[in-house]
Design a binder for this molecule. Sequence first.
Ligand code: BDR
Length: 317
Amino acid sequence: MKKLILDLDTGVDDAQAIMVAIADPDVEILGITCCHGNTPLENVLKNTLRVLKVCKRLDIPVYRGCSTSLLGREQHAGDYHGKDGLGDVPDEDAPGLELLQKRKAAQALVKMVKENAGEVTLVATAPLTNLAVAVQLDPSLPKKLKALYIMGGNTESRGNTTVCGEFNFVADPEAAYIVLDRYTCPTYIATWEFSCRNSLPWSFCDAWLAQDTEKARFMEKIACLSMKKAQSADYQKEITEGKGFNSCDTYAVAAAIDDTFITESDEVAVSVELEGTYTRGMMVLDYMGLLQKKHKVFVMKQVDLEKFKQMFMNSLK
Ligand code: BDR
């Protein structure tokens, strides 16, 4: 059994990532820690519970995390995910926040990792604020992790939020800096450009959503807005080069649950630009070793797309 903790800002692709993890019978989700990001934290919490309800997995503990970046800022991605983070589709029967755990996300991360030392794979698909706080609480936390998978950052300075910056890193550059500096466990990064290059063909997405299940009907509703946006001519031309839909966060989960999913990666030291008029929040890759950092991460380049499709299909069954 693979033990996973998911740190999310549940928007549409986080929802897809949760569903892929839940569908794998060899995965145990120890908990979901929520962070500000795609939408304000209160929506993130509600969205996470909505997804768990559809999956009939409200038994998975959900924790309230940071509501702003380390510097107290908030940035959201309502244009893509909807103001509520899940496509702005009303849900009268959303579970109430009384279902949340009492413990806060950073404390919960420290506790869960300590109790399962050496066994936990942490997957972070939000701004990295919760992880940055957790490592301040317990500097030995990274050593107790089996691995860390992150969705965030850039490889070619092609931004989706600022000219050069990817959303999760731009939303909290200081947290991303701390995490890339202090988490010295095996680390795998699914960047923005990588996810664009490995997008899912639209014909596959049609078949994926056409499944006659409650989960597929839920997904079709919540993904409608973001898929329309992703299908727009500009997005296709500039971002996925006409290929299809990139469910960014799901790559990180897929890589965490299947060791053979990543088919090509670069092992390189990385950091984050904290200043710069155009480049704040951009990930920098130190191929020449100029930063003299001992710790290198695996920057994902290619994945097994057929495996990805299979996981996607299964997630809505
Ligand atoms: C990342 O930003 C968010 O909008 C997505 O959920 C993903 O985590 C892509 O840059």
